[in-house]
Structures are given as structure tokens and as C-alpha cells.
Design a protein around this ligand. Structure first.
Ligand SMILES: Cc1cc2nc3c(=O)[nH]c(=O)nc-3n(C[C@H](O)[C@H](O)[C@H](O)COP(=O)(O)OP(=O)(O)OC[C@H]3O[C@@H](n4cnc5c(N)ncnc54)[C@H](O)[C@@H]3O)c2cc1C
Ligand code: SF4
Ligand code: SF4
Length: 419
């Protein structure tokens, strides 16, 4: 397989996932994240030519093109085991935030919000890097730095549209203060890649946490929701929004649009994904080698049996995986302090509640082979146990995955452009 040698090649081969790290690495005078709309994706726009040094830094840091060795013996210590599909793990739990308010408003069990608050309130970090709805255009999502409880709560909840959580990552390092990063697995892969480029990452990024991620929807899918629920202005009604959220306040909770007069337009969670319009998303998620956050200290996921909701609950459950000794110690402390209410399981729980992620990992070798055979450029995935995951399935499974990816590439879904 051949790999991209420039930012342009990353994007043109459908490998960009919109994290924003290249903007932060290069500076806004050279790169900004902009909308390619339709379909509504955040992609880099290059304003000034990148020199060799800048291009190399992007190629090393970009999680779209590069992911290397989530299990690092120095970081994981002797007690971490490795599961073929779900990666490094020390302990696994199922549970939720103990505080009812957080349990109710969080997307699953409020796990990430409770852990973020615990980190801030115990002084283990000075701030949390995550995301929240844009104040002016609440259908859009922007990177967000929280230093107190109210700010953390503002960022709670899954944002199923595009976001660039790393677009200010270097600014956070420049503060020289300890912090935590919460994001999608690929956002944390970007942080993990940066460990090799900037020694401040090991020094200052005290904790990384991610949620299991299937993909996110292009912005046009949120516009389609407005039309389906009869929102004022329909698909073009974004300017009339005062709030837009995807789930939470119950589990899964509705997708909710609120107009400027406070009128609420709700749609059931499953209708957002499987309703009249379906959803569209970037090709890169189809070849995601780490959908469950293997490079984190702690990763979480929904805890629905079979991978999807069957009923609406007042508050949901999260699964938690501690992956590093640091993450494990944080979990133990947060449980003992009463911030989390959990019962212990083992990694088998993940096969029950995240079957779609196991299947994605198991099919990845086939999908990468289809990219290689098509002559497209592909990502560098190193030490991600793709052979072991493939061995959990048979040859028919391999061929189905190969054929599906080949068809997608023939349709051109991996061809994109810079913004
Ligand atoms: C795009 C996307 C895809 C997902 N796919 C799956 C899946 O396949 N399987 C599964 O089990 N769960 C999936 N989830 C996760 C699930 O919806 C819950 O968010 C997760 O279990 C965490 O729940 P919580 O209650 O602990 O989070 P909360 O306490 O509600 O906190 C969520 C945290 O995540 C941050 N965040 C939210 N959206 C984003 C985003 N787009 N990018 C970066 N950071 C973000 C928030 O700022 C907040 O800090 C997905 C979530 C998203 C946003
Ligand atoms: S994945 Fe992130 S770093 Fe890579 S090109 Fe896209 S926005 Fe830039
Ligand atoms: S599926 Fe993988 S690549 Fe896509 S957004 Fe989620 S973590 Fe990132």
C-alpha cells in the first residue's frame, strides 16, 4: 500500500477525518478548518504554501493517515492485557455517574462528564479540552476548554455532527499547565501521535478519554432533521435555532431543535439515523482501525445489549475500560470518592454491547487490501493487531468486506478535496 506524502494527498484520498490538528500545528495563517458544504464536512484550507517541515509534522501527527502502537509497554505497564478487537485493557466496568443530574443529561451514563469534573475538582488537571455546541450556530460544534463545573456541563452530550476538537491543541500545550483531552478515538490518536513530536504532550496531557465511535453524520443530516420535524425554515432553518442537540437528557434522549421562541421540535434518536433520509458520512470512518479509543487512558461506550437502544431510559449506562495504570488509578479513585456507580465486568462485555466495533476491526484488513488494489493511497496503521482481529472471522467475511470497499472506491466516495 502506498501512503500520502502531503496534506493534499491525505484529503484527496478520503483520509482526513476533520480533527483540526493540522490547523493547530501549522498556524491559522497557513491552514484553517472550513466547511465543504454540501455535504457539510470540516476540511483544511491551505492559505500559504507549506514547507517541508510543516508537511512532515502534519504527516506524523495527522490521525487520518497515521496510527501507531496504542499498546506502549512503557505507558501501559505489566498489567494491561490486549484484546484482538478492543485493544489494551486493565479493567472493565458498567455503570454511570452517581450524581443524578449528570446521569440524566449525559449521553450514556454521564461517564465522561463525571470523570472530567472529578479531574478538575481534585486539581489533577487545570482544564479539559473537549467540544460543545457553538453559541451562535448551535447545530455546529466547536472545540471547548472547560475550567469549571458549569463549562464541563455545557460540553456534555454527544455531538453527532462534524467537529475539530484539536484545532487549538498547540495553544493548550503553550499554556504549560496540566490538562485532559476528551474526544473521539481518532482525536485521541492525534494526541497520541503528538507524543513523538512534542515532549510537552507527555508532560502536560495527564489524561486522555474517548467514547466508542461508529462515525458522525455530515452536517446536511442535521439539516434534514429540521425538515422532517417541520422546523421553521425547514432545511434552511439553521438561523432560527436557539438550541440543537443530538441526544442526552434521558438515554438515548431525542434529537432536539429549539427555535428562537423556545418551541421544541424533537425527533426520536433512531429516526435521526434510520429515518426518511438516512445519513451520510466520511469514507475514513469505514476504515477506522481504532473505533474504541485504544490509545486512551480510559475509554467509555454505550452499554446497550446488541449495540443499540431498545427503550428510552431516564438515565443510561456506560461501559468503562481502564487501559493504562494512570487511567485505572483514576477509575479506582473516582469510584471510591462516589463520583461513579459501577459494577466490574471484563472485556467480554464489550463483545455484547459493541458488536459493530468488533466487526469493523475484524474486517479492516480486507478493506485496506481493497484500497491497495485500487491504487488509492491508504493510512499507516502499525501494531493494531489487524491480523489477530481478522483471524476471528472467516474467508467469506473477508470477501464481503473487500467487495464492499472496492464498490465504494469505484463509486468515488473516497475522493475529496481541500476546503
Ligand atoms: C460521533 C459519535 C459517534 C458515537 N458512536 C458510538 C458508538 O458507535 N458506540 C457507542 O457505544 N457510543 C458511541 N457514541 C458515544 C455515546 O454516544 C456517548 O457519547 C458515550 O458513551 C459517552 O457518554 P457519556 O454519557 O459518558 O458522555 P457525556 O458525559 O455526555 O460526555 C460526552 C463528552 O464527549 C465530548 N464529545 C461529544 N461529541 C464529541 C465529538 N463529536 N467530538 C469530540 N468530543 C465530543 C463532549 O464534549 C463531552 O465531553 C458516539 C458519540 C459520538 C459523538
Ligand atoms: S485528519 Fe486532522 S490533521 Fe489530518 S488532514 Fe484532517 S484535519 Fe488535518
Ligand atoms: S469512526 Fe473512527 S475515524 Fe470515524 S470519527 Fe469515529 S473514531 Fe474517528
Amino acid at each position: 500500500m502506498h501512503h500520502p506524502k502531503s496534506l493534499q494527498e491525505i484529503v484527496e484520498n478520503g483520509l482526513c477525518l476533520g480533527c483540526g490538528l493540522c490547523e493547530s500545528l501549522s498556524g491559522r495563517e497557513r491552514i484553517t478548518m472550513e466547511w465543504v458544504d454540501p455535504p457539510g464536512r470540516l476540511r483544511p484550507r491551505v492559505h500559504a504554501e507549506l514547507d517541508e517541515e510543516a508537511e512532515q509534522a502534519i504527516l506524523q501527527g495527522c490521525p487520518g493517515v497515521h496510527l501507531d502502537e496504542p499498546l506502549d509497554p512503557a505507558r501501559h505497564g505489566p498489567n494491561a492485557r490486549e484484546d484482538p478487537s478492543f485493544g489494551p485493557w486493565i479493567r472493565v466496568w458498567k455503570g454511570h455517574a452517581s450524581e443524578p443530574k449528570i446521569h440524566h443529561l449525559g449521553s450514556s451514563g454521564g461517564a465522561l462528564t463525571a470523570l472530567s469534573l472529578y479531574l478538575l475538582e481534585t486539581g489533577k488537571v487545570d482544564f479539559i479540552c473537549h467540544v460543545k455546541a457553538d453559541d451562535v450556530r448551535p447545530m455546529r460544534t466547536r472545540s471547548h476548554v472547560s475550567t469549571n463545573r458549569d463549562e464541563v456541563l455545557e460540553g456534555a452530550g454527544s455531538r453527532y455532527g462534524p467537529a475539530s476538537p484539536l484545532d487549538r491543541f498547540m495553544e493548550q500545550l503553550d499554556k504549560g499547565r496540566p490538562f485532559a483531552v476528551v474526544g473521539k478515538p481518532c482525536d485521541i490518536s492525534g494526541v497520541h501521535n503528538m507524543r513523538k513530536l512534542d515532549p510537552r504532550v507527555d508532560e502536560l496531557v495527564k489524561y486522555t478519554m474517548a467514547f466508542s465511535c461508529g462515525t458522525f453524520a455530515d452536517l446536511q443530516c442535521s439539516r434534514w432533521m429540521l425538515e422532517r420535524v417541520g422546523f421553521p425554515g425547514g432545511q434552511d432553518g439553521e438561523e432560527n435555532l436557539s438550541l440543537f442537540r443530538y441526544r442526552g437528557y434521558g438515554c438515548p434522549g431525542p434529537t432536539r431543535a429549539v427555535d428562537q421562541n423556545g418551541k421544541v421540535y424533537d425527533e426520536p434518536y433512531l429516526d435521526f439515523w434510520y429515518g426518511e433520509h438516512g445519513w451520510t458520512h466520511q469514507f475514513r470512518c469505514k476504515i477506522c482501525a481504532d473505533p474504541t479509543g485504544e490509545a486512551t487512558d480510559i475509554s467509555v461506550a454505550d452499554a446497550w445489549q446488541g449495540g443499540g437502544p431498545t427503550e428510552e431510559e431516564w438515565g443510561g449506562y456506560s461501559t468503562f475500560i481502564s487501559r493504562t495504570p494512570r487511567g485505572d488509578a483514576l477509575m479506582q479513585e473516582a469510584i471510591e470518592a462516589g463520583a461513579l456507580t459501577v459494577e466490574e465486568h471484563d472485556i467480554a462485555l464489550m463483545y455484547d454491547v459493541q458488536p459493530h466495533q468488533a466487526v469493523k476491526k475484524q474486517g479492516l484488513n480486507a478493506r485496506l487490501k481493497a484500497i491497495e488494489d485500487s491504487g488509492s493511497l491508504g493510512p499507516v496503521f502499525h501494531k493494531l493487531r489487524l491480523d489477530e482481529a481478522q483471524a476471528q472471522q472467516d474467508q467469506t467475511f473477508f470477501e464481503t468486506n473487500y467487495d464492499g470497499t472496492k464498490t465504494r472506491i469505484e463509486k468515488g466516495v473516497n475522493r475529496e478535496r481541500l476546503a
